[in-house]
Write a protein that binds this ligand. Sequence first.
Ligand code: NAP
Length: 458
Amino acid sequence: MEQFWQYAYIIAAVLIVLSIKWLNSPVTARRGVRAGQIGMLFAVIGTLLRHEVVSYEWIFIAFLIGAGIGVPLAFLMPMTAVPQLTALSHAFGALAAALVGTAEYYREFPTGFTMGALVIETLLGYLTFTASVMAFGKLQELVPTRPMTYRGQNFVNLTLLVIAIGIGVWLIAGGAPTWAFPAFSILSLLFGVLLILPIGGGDMPTVIALLNSYAGMAAAAMGFALNNKLLIIAGALNAASGFILSVIMCKAMNRSFTNVLFGAFGQVEAGATVASVAKPVKSASPEDAAYLLSTARRVIIVPGYGMAVAQAQHKVRELYDQLTKRGVDVQFAIHPVAGRMPGHMNVLLAEADIPYDRLHEMEDINDEFAETDVALVIGANDVVNPAARHDKTSPIYGMPILDVDKAQTVMVIKRSMNPGFAGIDNELYYMDRTLMLFGDAKAFVGEIVKALPVGVIA
Ligand code: NAP
């Protein structure tokens, strides 16, 4: 029984690894979430049973405080606010790692390898904490979302980081004065704030994936400092998956990774423009849309951020059911950065029980638009902007897009001619074959469903 915690750790490690594997596909994702939860439960129980834990009162108080914050957050934050929620959870995780590192430092005053791990843990922990709080503030619009830049900013930031690392090396070597550790911690906290200042609020999801990676590295370093293998495994997995995710997001937006690291994102937003001259567009009614959809052979639906905002996924499911019943072949095309977080569209469509085999990644479905009667764009904008393919002056030039403009007819549901995330006009809307369906996504899709002709078989 005394060694139970070791078995609990092994089970936890296996479940956490399996969880990441299962999260790879929508078919097994639910199982992945459950495996991760049970894995964490084993990790917590195993830790509580270790002989180093001599009393439970403080742990219980901390548990109540943590649950008091976590449970309401999970229920109150809407789906569209998941990036903010993720930023907050990284902030708490990183702060926990940094505080454990600080406590260990003052308890043991270690040097050498253990101090090396502690320095990495506290540096990454504190900087990830403030950076994540800033990211949360920008996403929640509590802090100005525009990039805040000044001349020599990268130089100042790097100098600060180099000084912090210098003090860290001094602490590892031994003989550092008493002010060294507090100074090191304050510089790390400050660096986290400065790191986020030059980055625009819209680019926070990518930064959050990167901060996820930093928080994981802090946890893995904590594992080395405390000689806790489970922390090393879970932290390393977290660090690697966060890093891979941020690279995937950068690629999908055609941004270089160094751009993310050195915070040059703001330039894109500054260069973004909205069309100033009003150009004619063709608009259509729900009845027109219903007629075109019901007489089509093949329809590809392209969801985007607007579908998430409108919570239109259940209405989209009704439309899918009705069209399928009428013999129309309906597929969904998912852009890797549609919405505001990776997998955003997959999660929403899965929630509405749209069959997984109808969802296709961009590379798999792009060639099929040319053979498609109707491409129905629901609240997506940047991810279908053809300017990304040919307009070298466009801020999104080079970003891979869904080729909806190649379909016979394109229908776009959105409320106005306002731009999307990148703040730029979309030439798709002015094409001859494009029909604009102005309205809220949920209401408009609902009206299309009502207007579908009874019993039409394509
Ligand atoms: P988008 O370009 O932001 O466009 C969303 C569109 O939805 C807007 O044009 C808006 O037009 C419309 N909309 C908003 N509320 C609506 C409602 N209630 N009903 C109907 N339409 C509504 O979205 P996207 O095409 O999905 O592209 C995602 C963008 O986010 C990309 O630029 C991507 O680079 C960026 N991004 C994504 C991630 C990620 O991980 N997914 C991360 C970082 C950045 P109206 O206001 O006229 O309705």
